[in-house]
Write a protein of this length. Structure first.
Length: 272
């Protein structure tokens, strides 16, 4: 079983969301966590999963898939906070060697990934990678930072990433000024209705039926029909994009909530 999981992890490590292998990748990660036999092993696996989410964020942002990149950063914060909490669970968070090794791994993750951090240049950015880089900056700026503080920084990054998605996917209310012009034509329509009785008087000279030869103008309407067939396709794409964005927002918020729970657990264990 361990060999199968290891092989699946290797085969799916570069897969991205919407790839057929990505679901297998997530399932493999969950299997690895369930097979862990010690807290130290859990810390290592959570760190590895966090690095995988960070790599996904880099690839997704390079493809201009900003919402999915932010969701990956939120998941990165979740797993990093969980790793720090596991470190505190065992009391290893107070041991200098274990904590130094943990800090070094967090910094290395970001330094080895172009654009994710390391130089601190994007730490103030609102982009997904900029949010992730804030974690690396918090760890590298102070060599005495605790596992609890790393968990808090990771949870903050997860929350910022989730908030970024929620802000981008929030429904936009139509401007109030746009509603008033729409109502004004409707108000003018009833005022013209009383003038319709005058129309029958003009319709009496129906002897001028030759103008009915305007029927050949109907081919123009047939040419407009193909254009309307494009609208359903565009509507379906818009609905699909909206559904994916909403799913990403929910996944990011759930990850942020779990990251906060891990940070709270790390705080409680540190106080003990």
């Amino acid at each position: 079983m361990a060999s199968f999981v290891a092989g699946a992890a290797l085969a799916t490590q570069d897969s991205l969301p919407e790839s057929p292998l990505h679901d297998l990748k997530i399932a493999t990660e969950m299997a690895r966590l369930s097979l862990a036999r010690s807290s130290d092993h859990l810390v290592a696996i959570e760190l590895d999963i966090a690095e995988s989410r960070l790599r996904e964020a880099v690839a997704l942002q390079a493809q201009d898939r900003q919402i999915e990149a932010a969701a990956a950063v939120s998941a990165y914060g979740e797993h990093l906070a969980s790793a720090a909490a596991h470190l505190e669970d065992t009391g290893a968070g107070v041991e200098s060697t274990a904590l130094d090794r943990f800090r070094a791994q967090v910094v290395r993750q970001q330094q080895d990934i172009p654009g994710a951090g390391g130089n601190g240049g994007t730490a103030a950015s609102e982009s997904a990678l900029g949010i992730a880089a804030q974690v690396g900056a918090a760890v590298s700026d102070d060599g005495r930072v605790s596992a609890e503080q790393i968990a808090v920084a990771a949870a903050d990054a997860a929350d910022k990433a989730a908030t970024t998605i929620e802000r981008k996917t929030a429904p936009q209310a139509p401007p109030a000024s746009a509603a008033s012009p729409a109502s004004s034509p409707s108000s003018t329509a009833p005022s013209r209705a009383p003038s319709s009785p005058a129309a029958p008087a003009t319709s009496a000279p129906s002897a001028t039926t030759p103008p009915t030869q305007l029927a050949p103008a109907t081919p123009a309407s047939t040419t407009a029909a193909p254009a309307t067939s494009v609208a359903p396709v565009q509507n379906d794409k818009a609905k699909n994009d909206k559904a994916k964005a909403e799913a990403a927002a929910k996944a990011a918020r759930d990850a942020a909530d779990r990251a906060k729970q891990s940070a709270d657990r790390a705080k409680a264990n540190n106080q003990k």
